[in-house]
Design a protein around this ligand. Structure first.
Ligand code: DNO
Length: 357
């Protein structure tokens, strides 16, 4: 298991590389060019600059999250081919500097969705929250307006250019089915995976978050069966997963069982916990197994059992010790650092037991 930490880049993240350096065990920075719109070709100069900054701080640049997929590709529009060409060329450029894994998602319109970014918890911390009944009763555009007020940073999946086109994009998805989306995903993979095989980049699709349809939009990567279908669309080790325990944990998925089934296709793990309530709401909890609905201990044990040597990062943390005043929602420093210590603690103890027996 290779530990990493997501970082949004200089001037765009209040967490510094120096901060991250002091968290035990972190080998790599999960990075991206966050100002690139989906479909744009990444410049070699910008890629080289990011590599230089990250490597100078003593980290590897092996994982990129994300290279975003243009909406026209998801919609299967005739214009998709030019964006797929850019995607392929971006992958070639990333491979040239040593990138090994690219994380992406194939969720229509939105990336992750929540109804409250700072829900107060009993201990005084606050965290991302999803209230199912709110989603059922609110217009998506109203929701975005409501939750993005008072957030002065761009959030992944909530980029300004995406939000500006929201109404129009929703219209394009009218009468669009899950089968349409599967077809367009297959088309994308059939184009992109051969390039990955050639240049040595492993693609890891991120599950849909939450792992159920919202606003009448189809969602594909939501359970074991669909993940199996996805892996068979193009049956290549380069067509793999960024398995996110929090996203899959928003529905009643048996994540250790999913890891058992597909561990050889997991290139990147996002490990975090969520606490699910009976009414379908969920809140992001600490990484500790007993604090939420995901058995994070069993997740790590199962990875160890299969000799997992891919990348891992802690995912969304709660905002603690007042960091909501400066941190990007879900991406503060402290709770993610605690998460790393928990994940490594479980891993080290399983490793030690395995060696002794
Ligand atoms: C949320 C993240 C997602 C993820 C994308 C991958 O915090 O896990 O935004 O990066 O879905 O493309």
């Amino acid at each position: 298991m290779k530990m990493t930490f997501r970082w949004y880049g200089e001037g765009n993240d209040k967490v510094t590389l120096g901060n991250i350096k002091q968290i035990p065990g972190v080998e790599g920075i999960v990075w991206s060019l966050h100002d690139m719109a989906a479909g744009e070709l990444w410049s070699e100069e910008r890629i080289a600059k990011e590599k230089e900054i990250i490597e100078a701080a003593g980290f590897n640049i092996d994982v990129v999250e994300s290279v975003n997929v243009h909406e026209d590709i998801k919609l299967g529009l005739p214009t998709r081919d030019q964006y797929i060409d850019n995607y392929k060329e971006t992958l070639r450029r990333l491979a040239k500097v040593g990138v090994k894994v690219v994380c992406y998602n194939f969720m229509p319109v939105f990336d992750w969705t929540r109804t409250d970014l700072y829900k107060e918890m009993e201990d005084g911390s606050n965290a991302l929250f999803f209230e199912k009944s709110q989603i059922a009763n609110i217009d998506p555009i109203e929701l975005i307006e409501k939750i993005s007020t008072n957030v002065d940073v761009t959030m992944p999946g909530w980029e300004p250019e995406r939000l500006a086109r929201l109404k129009e994009t929703f219209k394009q998805y009218e009468n669009f089915t899950a089968e349409d989306l599967w077809k367009n995903l297959q088309y994308f993979l059939e184009q992109v995976i051969p390039v990955c095989e050639e240049v040595g980049i492993k693609m890891g699709i991120h599950p849909d978050d939450p792992a159920f349809p919202i606003f009448g939009l189809p969602r594909l990567i939501i359970n074991k069966e669909n993940i199996g279908r996805f892996l068979n669309l193009v049956d290549s080790p380069y067509n793999g997963l960024s398995l996110c325990t929090g996203s899959l944990g928003s529905a009643n998925n048996d994540i250790p069982d999913i890891i058992d089934a597909y561990h050889d296709r997991i290139h990147f793990m996002h490990i975090r916990n969520v606490k699910r309530y009976e009414n379908g709401d969920f809140i992001e909890a600490s990484h500790r197994a007993c604090d939420g609905s995901v058995d994070t201990v069993k997740v790590v044990q199962t990875l160890h059992k299969h000799g997992y040597d891919g990348y891992v990062r802690p995912d969304h943390g709660r905002h603690i010790w007042g960091e909501e005043k400066w941190a990007r929602p879900g991406y503060g420093l402290y709770d993610r650092a605690l998460g790393i210590m928990y994940i490594l603690g479980v891993w080290d103890s399983v490793e030690k037991n395995a060696k002794q027996s």
